[in-house]
Design a protein around this ligand. Structure first.
Ligand SMILES: [Fe+2]
Length: 178
């Protein structure tokens, strides 16, 4: 997993958009973004241990590819790229393919781009603004882990979402806001 500041240059979201300013693991930790590297070969045991420890009882698999989806692919990935938050953690373990999770750094409001490849387990906290895109390989297969019910409703960024208690709790947890 590699993280860097997004360059904000207009163009295809699937391009790396690497500003060449790296982001240190401590910066991600301060934003409450967690990650582990678990080799795909034989991942079950280690993944199950982390899932048990953190109370992720359930999981399913998501498989997104240009080849598999045809014409709706472009619209679909534009949807993933809308800035939003959730009222629960978003947990992904990459089985194959690759992509980019962008998370908003607060209070700078800069995008941090996290490049994920097979073996990456990424936990994005509830209340953080983020978005996702596939890269130019146009395919990713990932496990989605969750606790009881999946809470994957995206709340797009805006004044209403800024006032969401989960957003406010998140800001408090990173020491921003009251
Ligand atoms: Fe999300």
């Amino acid at each position: 997993m590699r993280a860097y500041y997004f360059d904000n240059i207009p163009g295809d979201q699937r391009l790396p958009h690497d500003s060449t300013r790296p982001v240190a693991p401590e910066t991600l930790a301060a934003l409450k973004v967690s990650s582990w590297a678990i080799p795909v070969e034989g991942h079950e045991e280690k993944l199950n241990a982390i899932a048990r420890e953190r109370g992720y009882k359930n999981r399913d698999t998501i498989d997104v590819s240009k080849a598999g989806m045809g014409p709706i692919y472009e619209d679909k990935i534009k949807g993933f790229f809308q800035e939003h938050m959730h009222e629960d953690e978003e947990i992904r373990y990459i089985l194959s393919g690759s992509g980019f999770f962008d998370v908003r750094e607060t209070p700078t409001d800069e995008w941090i781009r996290i490049s994920v490849t097979p073996g990456d387990l990424l936990v994005i906290p509830e209340g953080i603004y983020h978005r996702f895109t596939l890269d130019e390989n146009d395919n990713i297969k990932a496990l989605r882990l969750f606790q009881d019910e999946p809470k994957w409703v995206p709340y797009n960024r805006g004044p209403d979402t800024d006032a969401n208690p989960h957003r406010i709790d998140y800001l408090r947890s990173i020491g921003v806001g009251a």
